[in-house]
Write a protein that binds this ligand. Structure first.
Ligand SMILES: NC(=O)c1ccc[n+]([C@@H]2O[C@H](COP(=O)([O-])OP(=O)(O)OC[C@H]3O[C@@H](n4cnc5c(N)ncnc54)[C@H](OP(=O)(O)O)[C@@H]3O)[C@@H](O)[C@H]2O)c1
Length: 261
């Protein structure tokens, strides 16, 4: 595989799913890595394998991004001038399933801290250094449904909508600076996400599912090229345009049927 545009990266959510695949493909492309998540054993196993297999340097930061002081440690690492991070991948995320009023508030606010606050804090830490070097990339992993209401995942849906709007604004602010900011609008992917969130996937269309590598390969390409958005998967690509063009009431009727509310 060709060397990647970025020689170093920090990947959040690297202990499983899409984040682990980002780590894999970046290491294969020759990037030194810092891997962030809570499950230390998984991070260490992955780090050892990637370092052995691809000859890159891989550090592990076992951190809970919902925790303010842990997030500060991650931000300090991103901003460390002595060990520049050329690509920041904000991939860590969690969801939940159920009517908002009935869900434990702690998990809902943790989603905001991990899905929203952490990407904002880390992007802030990254951008200053990247602008100084006139080189860098930020990938924010959002969702294909980020423009839609998501009943029974209200906070999750709103957190992903935030990332889309935030990322597009940063993309515009960064124009001409050598820094690329790309939002990944992924559809359904086979990972641990749905089980962890307690989401029932039985009614979801079988054909729409992607594997993590089908998300990661076009996402790394998109950020290197300086694209504002990437929607992986040929079947998914027209959806943001199509859904955005629908009258809101039609959209809500579709969503009601899909989420059975
Ligand atoms: N899978 C899908 O269908 C789908 C669709 C749209 C968007 N996405 C987005 O894709 C991203 C990656 O999810 P995935 O599908 O790969 O699911 P996953 O396999 O469940 O991975 C989630 C990652 O986030 C990390 N994480 C969760 N809470 C954390 C916390 N408090 N602190 C630090 N790390 C935390 C997890 O690590 P630890 O548990 O070890 O901390 C794990 O590495 C998420 O942002 C998700 O919203 C996924």
């Amino acid at each position: 595989m060709a060397r990647h545009a970025y020689r170093s990266a920090l990947v959040t959510g690297a202990s499983s799913g899409i984040g682990a695949e980002f780590a894999e493909q970046l290491a294969r492309g020759g990037a030194d890595l810092t891997l962030v998540a809570r499950r230390e054993h998984r991070l260490k196993q992955l780090a050892t394998r990637l370092a052995d297999q691809y000859g890159v340097a891989v550090d592990v930061l076992t951190l809970d991004l919902a925790d303010t002081s842990d997030l500060e440690i991650a931000a300090e690492r991103v901003a460390d001038r002595g060990q520049p991070i050329e690509l920041l991948v904000n991939c860590a995320g969690l969801g939940s399933a159920g009517y908002f009023s009935e869900l434990p508030l702690e998990r809902e606010t943790a989603q905001i801290r991990v899905n929203v606050t952490a990407p904002v804090v880390l992007a802030h830490a990254a951008l200053g250094r990247m602008r100084e070097r006139r080189h860098g990339g930020i990938l924010n992993v959002s969702s294909i449904v980020s423009g839609l209401p998501m009943p029974k995942s209200a906070v999750y849906g709103a957190s992903k909508a935030f990332l889309g709007a935030f990322g597009e604004s940063l993309f515009m602010e960064a124009r001409g600076s050598g820094v690329h900011v790309t939002t990944v609008r992924t559809g359904l992917v086979h990972t641990e996400f749905h089980d962890a969130a307690g989401l029932d996937t039985a009614g979801l269309p079988r054909l729409a599912w992607l594997e993590p590598r089908q998300v990661v390969t076009p996402s790394l390409h998109a950020v290197a090229k300086g694209r504002p958005f990437v929607t992986p998967g040929i079947m998914n690509r027209p959806q943001p345009f199509f859904l955005g063009a629908l009258p809101r009431r039609v959209l809500q009727a579709m969503v009601r049927r899909m989420y059975r509310v």
